[in-house]
Ligand binder design. Structure first.
Ligand code: CO
Length: 422
């Protein structure tokens, strides 16, 4: 199997939540020689060196180029690392008739029915007391530990005519079928982390689909997994920047949490995180504020988020002229109302990159009678004034707990991004 695809499947499996995805990004950056900078510390940057900065779960990585920033600006790739999911309400755990269950909150907009009757894992992070301090530890229980069962067809005869799951009452995750004196979730967390239950002070835990990412199809040309939107584009941008050695332009990968809930958080795309880093790179390299603003006007951003692939069972959902084929190449996404920030110039620049990488390129515009999605591209474009092209790979079942993409599309997108950065 292609090495990039092997790494992609591992990345998907090791990133059950954005908390773990953020850590997997950092592991790969550090293996490739990127050094951590802290927002609260003073920076000193060496030409040709590679750095990364975290704000909570969001990560911005950069490789300093040899050219004057005023000549080339920044070459930025951006994507979101979070996916719609179900977040556990820890205090809601209850045992009734020997069945222990726990309630969830819905994070973002999942296809809720896709979460039902599946083997679910639990992962996230917990706050643990260590002497007089609190320490945050990532945790993944690494086995199927929960299920949200449907009611039997016989008890819900109309289910196949469409059924609305009540988020408070129908989505309780069942954790075990026996009585226990202690909180069994806390016991499992304490055993996994090797800490006393009394030392666990709080948690942020999510359910996730336990089924691993795998190839699919008679020709093995498809990848099925949870969280392909948007770990697909996250992995493409990350893989490309890891390959860049001694670039002329300063290359940046901006990987944000919280896009699925609108990006307006401390570390989201609609925060000061990216712009602070861009300005600090310029300041540290001796540029004035005016020069920094000139650098921004020379910069470019490829915003990567998955696109809707043509689906043979729902042809009426597509404009026939803009229905990207699975494994047909990267997709440029347009929207008249600028939910996607693509314009004539930025689209031509991306098309040219595809030509240079010898990769086909497709276009997506949603049917005029449907509502268009959105991503981080237009947010960054309006905050920073940087031209943006919104692109992504074709995907089936966006926001299902199990989505499908094309193997060749993933390889091709990385090729195009490598040409962009280099
Ligand atoms: Co997305």
């Amino acid at each position: 199997m292609n090495k990039k695809i092997v790494d992609f499947l591992n990345f998907l499996n090791d990133s059950p939540t954005a908390i773990q995805a953020s850590n997997e990004i950092i592991i790969r950056l550090e293996e490739s020689g990127f050094k951590e900078l802290k927002e609260e510390e003073q920076w000193s940057l060496q030409d040709g060196d590679k750095y990364y900065v975290c704000r909570d779960t969001s990560v911005v990585a950069f490789t300093l180029g040899s050219n004057n920033l005023l000549d080339t600006g920044y070459k930025i790739g951006a994507a979101h690392i979070d996916s719609p999911s179900l977040k556990i309400k820890p205090e809601s755990i209850k045992t009734e008739n020997s069945i222990t269950s726990i309630s969830v909150e819905v994070y973002g907009s999942p296809i809720i029915s896709s979460w039902i009757d599946r083997s679910l894992g639990i992962a996230g992070r917990v706050a643990v007391k260590e002497e007089d301090n609190l320490k945050i530890l990532r945790v993944n229980l690494k086995q199927p530990v929960a299920v949200i069962p449907n009611a039997a067809l016989h008890l819900n005869r109309e289910i196949n005519k469409g059924f609305e799951y009540n988020r408070q009452t129908h989505l309780k995750a069942i954790l075990q079928s026996k009585e226990s004196d202690k909180n069994p979730l806390m016991e499992a967390l304490s055993a996994e982390l090797g800490v006393a239950i009394d030392d666990i002070f709080g948690s942020e835990l999510f359910l996730y689909d336990f089924e691993p990412a795998e190839l699919c199809g008679l020709d093995q040309s498809l990848i099925m997994s949870a969280r392909l939107d948007n770990l697909g584009m996250t992995h493409s941008i990350l893989s490309a920047i890891l390959e860049v050695e001694n670039p002329e332009s300063t290359c940046i990968a901006a990987l944000f949490d919280n896009e699925e809930i609108g990006s307006e958080t401390r570390q989201g795309a609609d925060s000061s995180f990216l712009e602070n880093i861009l300005e600090r790179i310029a300041i540290t390299k001796g540029y004035s504020r005016e020069e920094y603003l000139r650098i921004l006007s020379k910069s470019f951003l490829i915003s990567g988020d998955m696109a809707h692939s043509y689906h043979p069972s729902y042809p009426e959902k597509y404009d026939p002229s803009y229905a990207p084929a699975m494994n047909g190449g990267p997709v440029i996404k347009w929207n008249a109302n600028y939910n996607y920030a693509t314009n004539l110039e930025s689209s031509q620049r991306f098309k040219r990159l595809c030509e240079m990488a010898e990769v086909p390129c497709q276009t997506y515009i949603i049917r005029s009678d449907l509502l268009c999605g959105s991503t981080v591209g237009h947010i960054i474009s309006s905050r920073l004034g940087i031209p943006v092209v919104d692109v992504g790979n074709p995907l089936w079942a966006m926001h299902s707990v199990r989505e499908t993409v094309g193997v060749q599309d993933h390889i091709n997108m990385i090729k195009v991004l490598e040409v962009y950065y280099q």
